[in-house]
Design a protein around this ligand. Structure first.
Ligand code: T68
Length: 823
């Protein structure tokens, strides 16, 4: 290497300099002048201008990282739900005011440019958004880290409603250009698929090797991950699949043009589209291809980097932890073994000793159907060598089990990485648990249930392997950016240190008793509601009344999350008012907001969406409810909408069946923005309630042990239907076709499911929920008391910063250190 030159100087941070740069980008980047530029031209020029300011820091960070070779975190995640980039980049580089002034001096509407950005929706929900929060915190905390993932050409589908039913549209997020990415085709790596395995000899020694049938190229696209005002920019490296030239040519030369094109399409399909299934992976071949593709690229990339420095891979655990975000990247375990044993000629035990110390596994679920398994048939066909390696890992692991528990056949079968029924399949969560240094759940309750139930045998074998790291959210995006009004109020009260040290929000506690502060807090909430009214009017043409309580349930649609419970409450209110059993004057005016995407193949979830919209049409048209009760269900809930909706909310609905929601992170976002929670004792709700106290949280419903009991005793939903008149009336309305123009068949599957199976105990928790909602009404009527509770919620939210999550990962799992970018 020749001596490095210093990166070009940081650009002048003045409006004039910014404007010059912006115009240059417009002229030379977009090839237009200001007068004739489109909104998109201007957005792209603005994005590139901001990017330039971050560039020096990025180069410096990379150089520093290279020089120090400190222990890094490599976060492996199939999903990153990033949200819009421009605002965040402006915030991190403290350029928002300069950029606004500059752009407005040219007569351009700054906010219009911000709104022009299409958010990269490269994730399904909580898991992907968590990854995005974590990389933000890692950068802000000066931790050497890289995020690895997939650059899907199409992200999570765009949801539209046709007659109230969900219809999916492809999310062509790259269509207007993508100013935040840096492709590096020269750094592409090759990944094999299929083929066979064979023995061969190297220097007289017998070795195994994999002869893939075809290869695919992985082209890295780098994204900046700027730390908040700390001069650090980490890297997110997403892989895009291309056909290898060698492969193309081979076929092409044989004269088969169509076949050559087909091969190209095959390769490029790998990173074409994000699978929209959350919680219930479908076991599709392409998905396994995606998983192996990004993991193989990422390992190769990381190892090449350290090897360039003459690094001895035996010391790899001192250099990196590969954090596995759920089981999606777990195929990295046999891949690393293959590299060490087959390619580098290590002894098996030597390789396993290293492998076992570099991976750590985060589990995000409790639903049995969400635990990924890959059939042996498919794995053997696509990755034959990996399957052999998994078998060997399993053999040696079962030996450990046998030694500890001799003659316990049942246990062996229970713990085997290979399941035998209904088909032979690899249990990825078990593989991850066997290979990981640590296994963590994402909230206290979840980690406890992992130890006690889902992975109980493993916890008995290796109690120290199991730990908890409660999820968190980044206060930069979810308070500072999303809620400027509240941010300013907080900063005025306690200074701005909270942005990187969220525990400082505790300083707001005394202000909960300050009438003037509460008044201003309400003013902020009211302004946020007006902002939402505006946004919804433009976006969906829907109207909401900002003077009503805003009661919000936004999250993926899943039966365990129980959107139906909230809907039944609304239907019941409607039923009671229209039948004259309840005086509308006694009902607290509320706007019920829903936001939810259903996995395209999840029929019940789509039915529920149809029903929410149908009920919405009916009650929104009911004159008796005018100005009192209203449903809004904006289509295509995403990060951008969340940033507007959450700051406006009064009430946060976190009503999953206890023991099913691993953590939840939406619950934390609402709390941080001063909404009160109505919730079950589930996931991180438990920790929220402990922090705010029972007076500032509306708890209801069965807890997890009670759920177990009810189920064990043989749950009968009809007993609740029969004994609770309001529940019966509400369900009957649906059954009679009230919301489907008299057609009883439309929503019949929902009703019959609730009355026969009701797997998630909606009916069992109905009365408790309604009672809790009555307590909400009483509390809301006391405006000062409600605001006091809201302030306490904000003040206690410090624990839920993703910075704290990162500290916990560092202390409990990674043992990496913060490294200042500039010495
Ligand atoms: C969520 N999981 C949990 N999965 O449901 C939630 N699954 O409780 C938790 O707060 C969050 O993870 C973060 O820990 C998911 O979001 C998925 O999105 C998913 C995607 C593909 C396959 C399976």
């Amino acid at each position: 290497m020749t001596q490095q030159t210093a990166p070009i100087a940081i650009r002048e941070r003045t409006v004039d300099a910014f404007t010059r740069e912006f115009l240059r980008e417009l002229n030379f980047g977009q090839g237009v002048d200001v007068e004739r530029s489109s909104v998109n031209d201007r957005y792209l020029a603005l994005a590139r201008t901001v990017r330039h300011y971050l560039m020096t820091r990025w180069i410096e960070t990379l150089r520093h990282q290279w020089e120090h070779q400190a222990k890094s975190v490599a976060y492996l995640s199939a999903e990153y739900l990033l949200g819009r980039q421009l605002d965040n980049a402006l915030l991190a580089s403290d350029l928002t005011d300069i950029a606004r002034t500059s752009v407005e001096s040219l007569g351009i509407d700054f906010d219009e440019l911000r709104d022009a950005e299409i958010e990269p929706g490269l994730g399904n929900g909580g898991l992907g958004r968590l990854a995005a929060c974590f990389v933000d915190s890692l950068a802000t905390m000066n931790i050497p880290a890289v995020g690895y993932g997939i650059r899907y050409e199409y992200g999570i589908f765009e949801q539209t409603f046709v007659d109230g039913w969900q219809v999916e549209k492809a999310d062509d997020w790259l269509r207007l250009g993508s100013p935040w990415e840096f492709p590096h085709p020269e750094a592409a790596v090759e990944v094999g698929f299929g083929g066979t395995t064979e023995d061969h000899e190297v220097d007289g020694e017998k070795r195994r090797r994999w002869v893939p049938a075809w290869n695919v190229l992985g082209v890295p696209y780098n994204y900046m991950v700027p730390g908040y005002e700390n001069g650090r920019v980490n890297t997110l490296r997403l892989w895009s699949a291309r056909a290898t030239h060698a492969f193309d040519l081979q076929i092409f030369n044989s004269g088969d043009y169509e076949e050559a094109v087909r091969a190209q399409t095959f390769a490029e399909n790998i990173s074409k589209v994000l699978y929209p299934e959350d919680s219930t992976p479908q076991g599709k071949e392409l998905r396994l291809q995606q998983q192996y593709f990004f993991v193989a690229c990422s390992l190769r990339d990381f190892l090449d980097r350290v090897l360039l420095r003459g690094f001895d891979l035996h010391n790899l655990p001192e250099r990196v932890t590969f954090q596995l975000n759920d089981t999606h990247p777990v195929i990295a375990v046999p891949e690393l073994m293959r590299i060490l044993v087959d390619e580098r000629g290590w002894k098996w035990d030597e390789a396993w000793a290293v492998t076992q110390r570099v991976f750590a596994y985060t589990c995000h679920t409790l639903l049995p159907e969400a635990l990924e398994v890959w059939s042996v048939e498919l794995l053997g066909r696509l990755l034959p060598r990996h399957l052999e390696i998994i078998y060997r890992i399993n053999e040696e692991f079962l030996e450990v089990v046998r030694t500890r528990w001799p003659d316990d056949e049942l246990r062996l079968r229970r713990m085997s990485i290979i399941a035998e029924h209904p088909e032979r399949a690899v249990r990825m969560a078990f593989l991850a648990t066997v290979a990981g240094v640590k296994v963590n759940g994402v909230a206290e309750l979840h980690s406890q249930l992992l130890r006690d139930k889902v992975l109980a045998d493993f916890a008995e074998l290796w109690p120290d392997k199991f730990t908890n790291v409660t999820n968190g959210i980044t206060p930069r995006r979810f308070l500072k950016l999303a809620n400027p009004g509240l941010s300013d109020l907080i900063t005025e009260a306690i200074g701005d240190g909270w942005v990187t040290d969220l525990d400082r929000l505790e300083g707001l506690l005394p202000l909960a008793d300050d009438a003037e502060f509460r008044r201003r807090f309400r003013e902020v909430k009211a302004a946020n509601k007006l902002r939402l009214v505006d946004m919804l009017a433009h976006r969906d043409g829907s109207t909401i009344d900002p003077d009503t309580m805003l009661d919000v349930m936004v999250k993926r649609l899943h039966e365990y999350k129980r959107q139906m419970l909230k809907l039944l409450h609304v239907i019941s209110l409607y039923e009671q008012v229209t039948r004259g059993r309840l005086d509308i004057a006694d009902v607290t005016p509320r706007t019920f907001a829903f936001g939810a995407k259903a996995a395209p193949g999840y029929r019940m979830a789509k039915q529920i969406i149809g029903l929410i919209n149908a009920v919405g049409r009916t009650i929104n048209d009911e004159p008796a409810l005018e100005g009192r009760l209203r449903i809004v269900f904006p289509a295509n809930y995403n990060v951008t909408l969340a940033e507007c909706l959450i700051p406006a909310a009064d009430l946060s609905e976190q009503i999953s069946l206890a023991g099913k929601e691993a953590s939840g992170t939406g619950n934390m976002k609402f709390m941080l923005n001063g909404a009160l929670t109505i919730g079950t004792d589930d996931g991180a709700n438990v920790e929220i309630r402990q922090l705010v106290g029972d007076d500032n949280f509306f708890l209801f419903g069965l807890d997890e042990p009670a759920v177990e009991k009810v189920v064990a005793a043989g749950y009968r939903p009809t007993s609740f239907y029969e004994s609770i008149p309001n529940l019966r009336h509400a369900l009957d309305l649906v059954a009679r076709g009230t919301f489907s123009g008299g057609d009883r068949s439309v929503f019949e599957p929902i009703v019959s499911n609730l009355l026969s199976e009701d797997r998630f105990l909606v009916l069992a928790d109905f009365q408790a929920y309604v009672d809790a909602q009555a307590r909400v009404d009483v509390a809301y009527a006391d405006t000062e008391g409600w605001t006091r509770s809201a302030v306490i919620n904000v003040a206690r939210a410090g624990f839920f910063s993703s910075d704290r999550s990162m500290r916990d990962y560092l202390d409990r799992i990674w043992h990496a250190r913060q490294v200042a970018t500039r010495p």
